[in-house]
Write a protein that binds this ligand. Structure first.
Ligand SMILES: CC(C)(COP(=O)(O)OP(=O)(O)OC[C@H]1O[C@@H](n2cnc3c(N)ncnc32)[C@H](O)[C@@H]1OP(=O)(O)O)[C@@H](O)C(=O)NCCC(=O)NCCS
Length: 132
């Protein structure tokens, strides 16, 4: 768990209520080089979060593979995610699309407003699966 926490903290990523059961990790031998998870935000709302790949392992398809694998592990739909606008191209091949904040569950709306204060205005919410 420490390796995952360090990885997330290295990019000031989402470290809310970390639980190793939420994660899929990418390993190079025993070294954790990437991670991703889903979080239960509300009883009927799940978020994909904490996607990180170590800098020296980027641009080799690991991030995209982690997205694929978490979508196969966690079949809840819709799944939401919050990201900087520049990261949209990472998620569109996985059938995520941008969604208006007024259309997302209330708890996620509150998280989104809080995240904006930390990450700046240029963040968006995306979802995969049928809209509710
Ligand atoms: C974002 C991150 C996880 C991508 O990991 P990666 O292993 O390099 O990603 P991949 O090699 O699978 O890239 C797949 C596609 O994602 C897109 N992409 C990857 N990094 C991107 C970036 N920084 N900005 C925009 N698009 C990006 C590209 O379209 C890329 O396709 P291409 O290789 O054809 O150009 C990694 O750069 C990282 O850990 N960044 C810091 C943490 C972060 O921003 N996490 C995402 C939070 S929303």
């Amino acid at each position: 768990m420490i390796a995952i926490t360090d990885l997330i903290n290295s990019v000031h990523g989402d470290d809310r209520n970390l639980d190793h059961r939420q994660f899929i990790v990418a390993k190079d031998l025993e070294k954790i080089v990437g991670c991703i998870r889903t979080i239960q935000v509300e009883s009927d709302c799940k978020e994909m979060a904490s996607l990180v790949v170590l800098p020296e392992y980027r641009k080799q398809g690991i991030g995209s593979t982690l997205v694929d694998l978490i979508l196969k592990k966690d079949l809840s739909r819709p799944l939401y995610l919050v990201c900087h606008r520049e990261k949209i191209p990472l998620y569109t091949p996985h059938a995520f699309h941008e969604v208006g904040v007024q259309k997302i569950p209330e708890t996620l709306q509150r998280d989104f407003i809080e995240m904006k204060q930390h990450k700046g205005d240029d963040i968006v919410v995306m979802q995969t699966g049928q809209e509710k």
